[in-house]
Write a protein that binds this ligand. Sequence first.
Ligand code: FSO
Ligand code: SF4
Length: 518
Amino acid sequence: MFCFQCEQTAGGKGCVKTGVCGKKPEVAIAQDKLTCALIGLARAAGGKSPGRDTAVLMIKSLFATVTNVNFDEKRINELIEEVEKEKNRLGGAENFNMRDLWNGNVDIVSFRSTLLLGIRGMAAYAYHAHVLGKENEEVMNWFFKGMKTIGEDHTVEEWLDLLMEFGNINLQCMALLDEANTSAYGHPVPTKVTTNVEKGPFIVVSGHDLHDLKQLLEQTEGKGINIYTHGEMLPAHAYPELKKYPHLKGNFGTAWQNQQKEFDGIPGAFLFTTNCLMPPKASYADRVFTTSVVGYPGLRHIPEGENGVKDFTPVIEKAIELGGYPEDMHFTGINGGSVLTTGFARNTVLSVADKVIDAVKSGAIRHFFLVGGCDGAKPGRNYYTEFVKKAPKDTIILTLACGKYRFNDLDLGTIGGLPRIMDMGQCNDAYSAIQVALDLAKAFDCTVNELPLTLVLSWYEQKAVCILLTLLALGIKNIYLGPSLPAFLSSNVLGVLVDKFGIRPITTPEEDLKAILG
Ligand code: FSO
Ligand code: SF4
C-alpha cells in the first residue's frame, strides 16, 4: 500500500505497511483501484457528467476514499463493481494504471496528488449538498473533468492553472452547501452549548451531515432520548430548524482524535455520519453505528431507504438498552470550560458589520485571526491553543472546523460586545469566512490581503486541501499552515506555492504573532 493523503502519514512521508489511521493495506489498495476506475469512468464519460446518477456515484466513491471515512474493503469493492458497470454502460474506457498513481516524476506525482486529494475533499461537500437536494451542474461536471485530467500529462503551468480552476469550482461547491444548509435549516444564530450530559438514554452524533441529524431528531422526538453533537456536528446547535428540538441537548467530547478515550465505557449510542471515525475499541464497538459513506467492518450500518429516508431504530434501541447515566454528568472542554459558543456564520457576522468596521476604525479591534482547520493527534497542535491564548486582547479570533476544540471552551471576553472567539461553523463554513472577508474588504475599499486579517490554518485531511486551494485561487496570500506541511507537496511544488502565495509553515506562537502584528 501507499498513502500520504493526510497530515498524520507515517514518518511524514507515507503509510506503506498499514495506515496510522487504522486503514488496512487491502483497503488502501482497494481505494487506489477505485480511484483508477473513477478515472476510467471520467474518460468514458468524456470528461463531463453524463447524468445525475453517474455523478452521484462519482462523488460517493470519491468521498469513500477520504481519510477516516470508510475502512470496509467489502463496501469499497462494491463501489468498484458499480463504477465498472457504469463505465461499460457508457461505452468503456481504460482505467488509469495503478502503478502510476503514486509513482513517477516527483513533481508530477505531487501535482496529481494535490488535485486528486482536493477533488476527494470537494466530493464530501458535494455529497452533503446532494442529500439536501442541491446539485450544481458545473460542479458535477468538474469531478469528471478533474478525474480525467489527473490521468493525463501536463506542464507545470497547466497543473497550476488546473489547481486554481479547481479552487474556484470548490468555492462554488461550498456556496452550494451553504445554500443547502441555510435553506433547509435557516441561518445559524449565536448559541451557547453545554458540555454536560443529562441523565437518561442518549445518542451522540458525529460527522458533518446535518440531514442525518435532522432525521434522528425527528425520530427521537418525545421518546425520552437526548441527542448530543460530537466533533464537527457542534455548529448544528445554531441552526434554527435544528435548535428548535428541546432534546438536542449539548455537545459531547472534544475533537475526533480523542474518541477512543472519550467513548470508552460511555452508556450511550454513537452515530457517525461522515469522517472522522477511528477504529473503535472493543469496549464500545457494540454501540457505534455508521451511515452514509462511512463504513467499518463489524459496525452496524444504517442504510438509506427510499428518497434518502433512514430508519434509525437500531440506534434508538441501543440507546434505550444502554440507559445512559443514572445522574446528570459534568464534562468540560480541554481547558476546563463547560460552555461552547457557536453560530457566528456569515449572516450573523455581517449583521454586525457596522459595529465591526467602527471597532476597526477606532482601533478597538487591531487584528483578526482566522485560526481554523482540523484537529489531530500530534503534540505540535498545541501551537493553536497557545496562539489563541497569547493573541493580544484587542484581537478577534474567528474559527471553524474541529481544530477549535483546542480553545473553544476558553472565555476570552468581548470587544465592544463582540466575543473575542467567534465560531463560524464546520470546515465547509470556510465559505462563510470568505464571504465575511470579501465584504469587509469591500467596506474598507481594499483587497482581502490588505485587511487586518491573517489566516492561521491547521490541516489534517483532504477537505482542508480543497479549502486551501480555494483560498489560493482567491489570491489570498501569506497563509500560515501547520502543524506540518503535506507530504504530497514535493520541494519544487512547495517552492512554487511559497513564491506565488507566500504560504509559510507555522513556527512558534510568539514568533508568528510578532511577525504578523509587527
Ligand atoms: Fe475535522 Fe475530520 Fe471538518 Fe476534517 S472532523 S478533520 S477538515 O474531517 O472535516 O474538521
Ligand atoms: Fe496514512 Fe493518512 Fe493514508 Fe491513513 S489516510 S493511510 S494515516 S496517510
